[in-house]
Design a protein around this ligand. Sequence first.
Ligand code: H79
Length: 463
Amino acid sequence: MNCRIAQSLSLKIAAAALVSAAVALQAQTTPPAAPESQDAKMKWFREAKFGLFIHWGLYCIPAGEWKGQPIAGIGEWIMNRAKIPVKEYEQLASQFNPVKFDADAWAQMAQDAGMKYLVITSKHHDGFAMYHSQVSKYNIYDATPFHRDPLKELAAACARHGLKFGFYYSQSQDWHEPNGAGNNWDFPANPQKDFDQYLRSKAEPQVKELLTGYGPICLIWFDTPQMMNTPETKERGQRFIDIVKSLQPATLIDGRLGTAGDYVSMGDNRIPDAVVKGDWEVPATLNHTWGFKKDDTDWKTPADLTFKLVDIVSKGGNYLLNVGPTSEGVIPQASQDNLRAVGRWLKVNGEAIYGAGPTPFGDELGAPDNTRQDKNGKPVFVQATDWRCTTKPGKLYIHIFHWPSGSLELAKVNYKVSKAYFLADASHKALKLTQKGEHVSVALPDKAPGELATVVVLEHRGN
Ligand code: H79
């Protein structure tokens, strides 16, 4: 090669390398622009309605059994429930080699299920990081034969599939660290710990890693805010808020930081009885555990899952539904099948879910039974399950779960309904409709035309 050309070429390459290094550096140091308002920040979340939660960690190896004994309770708590010493639990890492893990297959499944966002455990209470952390060697890249960063692969796969990507991070409990909350079988009890030492040396720097190395993070899902949920300890939560805001101001913070986040997290598997205003989410399981347990095959049915999704949306919330992949890196087949069944329903009926608002009614949700009291002395709420209503401007979507004979009868309809049709009917053929004041009647065929739930659209004017 001509020497001058070679020289200028290598100069160009050097210049290009400098520019790309500068761009990379800029990406690291200049945070993306903050959303213009809280409404703008929440927009995708309010549209999404349905997300995939993934609990994956070392606990999927024992899968609910320790030294031949089944350990009761949720699978990811096995270290705590069986009081497994750190030195023993740590050894699971050397066995963790989930070679069947396929990030695109997981993202594809979430997409098939009609889910719009995915939230995965980057570190659960056991303290093991499921990504390549520089802060602690106790991570899937450095401490296992797998020697890959599955969260990096998943972030890329989600981007390819148009899914938003977020992290669960257990900020308070860390049973691997002497000063992390929760482990009192190897270490001193919580009040004797130097909790801020743990926060500053592990949790805070790891959250920084997660918000810099994995592209746009739609939300960060903190959990169990022990030692950071009182007025005196609020400052600890604020430090996490400051980190998130400085690195990715568009990232939402869930409701379990200990300090108010961007939305409310309901209790695990807790669906409220009535409409709740504001932004909220129900984290929920498909069986009775978050992390994989080989003996738990008590799966919720597609009909139940569809009902719960519609129920939650009709009350104004989001549904974050969990899978617990195995130690091979596979999402249990029953979980996949049941989620895909919901996805097929959503393919037809998604208009009534994504971006939909809550019911204007409320009586269809159920009523308290004043003759029976729960353990708090409150009347037991008896849920009704015949139908639910979701809304968009000019439209009521009536999701029918128990098919009535002859007609759908709705009282208290405060709108002038102009047309009724099945959402599944692309031709929008009008159903026979009569309205007398606030009473609306829609003639129905003998059998439900749809599976899982049939949606009748009522178009209206006014209000
Ligand atoms: O990540 C999932 C759970 O591991 C986590 N939140 C969801 C999203 C969670 N952490 N703590 N809790 C839920 C409450 C835990 C309650 C129990 Fe237990 C754990 C009941 C049985 C095992 C603690 C230990 C209370 C009794 C024994």
